[in-house]
Design a protein around this ligand. Sequence first.
Ligand SMILES: Nc1ncnc2c1ncn2[C@@H]1O[C@H](COP(=O)(O)OP(=O)(O)O)[C@@H](O)[C@H]1O
Ligand SMILES: [Mg+2]
Length: 258
Amino acid sequence: MRAFPEKLQKHILINNLSFTYATHTSPQLKGISFMIKPGEKIAIVGENGAGKSTLVKCLLGLYMPDNGSIKFDGVDIRTIDPKSLREHVSAVFQDFESYNLTVRENIAMGHGKIDDDAYVEVAAAKAGVGELIKNLPNGLDTELGAMFHQGHELSGGQWQKIALSRAFMRDAQIVILDEPTAALDPRAEAEIYDNFAKLYEGKTTIMISHRLSSCRFADKIIVLHNGEIIEVGSHEELLHLEGSYADMFNTQAKRYSA
Ligand SMILES: Nc1ncnc2c1ncn2[C@@H]1O[C@H](COP(=O)(O)OP(=O)(O)O)[C@@H](O)[C@H]1O
Ligand SMILES: [Mg+2]
């Protein structure tokens, strides 16, 4: 097993990737090929069930492809030590969990810097919950959730930001946001995605959403449909193409303004 490249220099290459869930006979990802350069902001968009989360799980090394390859500076993901991969590629998912634990534990559980207040506070501030935590009765050590006798209950949006803080605890080279905001309205989601892109300026980020407006500032947008890439380009390029992306974008824009 090899370590993940210390600092990505060239690219992440996804080449002709296919993946089939054990419960299926036909593949959920088909012939996926694209390149990511270090520091690029990538968005993966497409309707529910298009294969976005499956692709992310392949990039995280959680699923092994049937065919094709994923290479980080030429190193095949199959040969990378899973622990090293986890340190360098981190993700926040839609089905994030909220625990009946303290704020500190929710943000930093399993992290070596859990007792470093300043470090945890910086991660929380990046996710937009710095003020909230300062105002809690016991700061980072406030117990969250209704299971505690005097536990402090948070709103759905606040829990989401606590979950985001977890991603900020890690100094991963590649950070993935897979619709952790699905319960929020489109405008609130767009705000979190904008903020995320700004905070991770210069880092390689991959943002996933079925809401196209969240991802329009990405350097490169990949449009998935039924497990295949149907269009790739910037927001402007894809609008000019007047294809599926343009159709979906205009439909969603109309729906949200109505
Ligand atoms: N754990 C799983 N087992 C079997 N099929 C799955 C599983 N997860 C997703 N799928 C199927 O794979 C396809 C792609 O799903 P997914 O990657 O979750 O799409 P998206 O994230 O774009 O909404 C869908 O047809 C979905 O039903
Ligand atoms: Mg998904």
